[in-house]
Write a protein that binds this ligand. Sequence first.
Ligand code: SF4
Length: 534
Amino acid sequence: MTDPLPTVCPACSVGCRLRISPANDAVIPVTEGPVNRGGMLCHHGADCFDAHADTQRIRSPMVRIDGELVPVSWKRAFTRLESAFSGLDPDSVGFLGSPHATNEANYLLGKLARCFGSNHVDTRARLCHASVATVCEQRLGSSTTISSLSDFRLTDAFLVIGANPVARQPVAFERFCRPAIESGSPLLAVDPEPTVTTACADRTLHPPPGADHTLLDALCLSIIDQGFADKSFITAHTTGSDRLHAAVRGPSVAALCEAAGVAVDDLEPFARTFATADRGAILTATGIGSCDHNGTPAADRLVDLSLLTGNAGRRGAGVTLLRGVGNEQGALDVGVRPDRLPGGHPIDNEAARDRIRSTWGVEPPTTPGLNEREQLGTIGSDINGLYVMGENPAVVRGPQNPALEGLSVLVVQDPFVTETVEQADIVLPATTWAETTGTVTNLERRIQLRQPQREGPAGVKQDWKILTEVGRLLTSGSFASRDSRAVFEELADVGRRYHGIRYDEVNDGGVQWPVDEDPAVGLRSRPFPFGPIH
Ligand code: SF4
């Protein structure tokens, strides 16, 4: 029995490499993995494969007949799908992708939507970390973390706020942060509650929930008052610092501390420790007003803090977004959102539109579509059809579940029976992560290859394959790819984030985007820092 080729842990966005033993289904770390070199895995990774989950698998396409989901052939399911979608206005159909699915699957879902004529395509990956990502894009030029995990070896002080990396990104913390901390770089942590991360910290602040903005005001003002603002960096690299001064001046540090629920005697040394470090890294996650894609004042002040202390555009410094779900970064990179094209390009980017037009053979929509919340909130009025891949919107994270019964047609592509599958009109059975070939992108923009650890049941297909067949069925776009390699190559050609990256090298330790290539000398480099990519 030969071991399968390495794959990527699906349990978080750190991207550790592993194999599943064909002998006993045990999870085995891959020792030469670029992220978990040496064979580290956390307990989430060690438990990521459940061979017994097969009891809940969908093993055949199903369509609803007389109120019941009935197993049918793929041909019959596709005939029903074609018939149902032919009666729908394309602009009344929503498409939901998944941060659990591969880059290729998410890319094809977005392509299917746009070739069908709808721009209502989204994924919850867009909501996670939206406030900080938006502010970073507006003010620093990139919504994506531009540094690498290995850069933390250079970090002189870590400030963790709105995150719990010891629990949520354990291998990243233990392998890349812990050595620097044990060498003397202080760990500063802000959290309303004691956590396993605050337990490791040299200094902690525990403001009550909702006091982040006031606490960050206090940190910024304390740094200014103590004379630790990096004036040369501010002069050389920023504009509008007077806006920050005006915003935080007025109340005293003591008054801000009282409002933030922390002691001045705790805050001032905390601020001093971070401000006097040469390279200060801010690690943050969904704890800072996560879901507001217009940004939030707290996210704005977090970026102020990094600029005030000269911590931007240098390795080991700056703001790092600790993304959570396995392929959250990749789902955003490939354009599964209503306002961006593959490669993260704005919907009106003419160069991106030209590439799409010539590759897809259709004109992509010109205006942003409805996001996930808007789609689910307008079922029965704006939205009459919904195509869901690997998500379960019947159970939402809001005040009430969406009225999926108001849809004319609900299509769900998923390996398992879920609450959404139970309401579907057409069900298309997909492989699991352990049966899938394709790429995923971790929180440091590292693209790695997912490779099958075992075969799926006879009646299921990989997401990219299903979407290619549905694309041919429902649209006039070019859905010619014969395998996930061809889909990746098309994606790398259409969207510039992955441009120049070859599928083969993704398997050999992964590749971080962006890549600059000089064909004359065969040199490849990873520019740092990088700004907007066109
Ligand atoms: S740190 Fe994340 S990717 Fe690594 S083993 Fe744990 S859950 Fe999996």
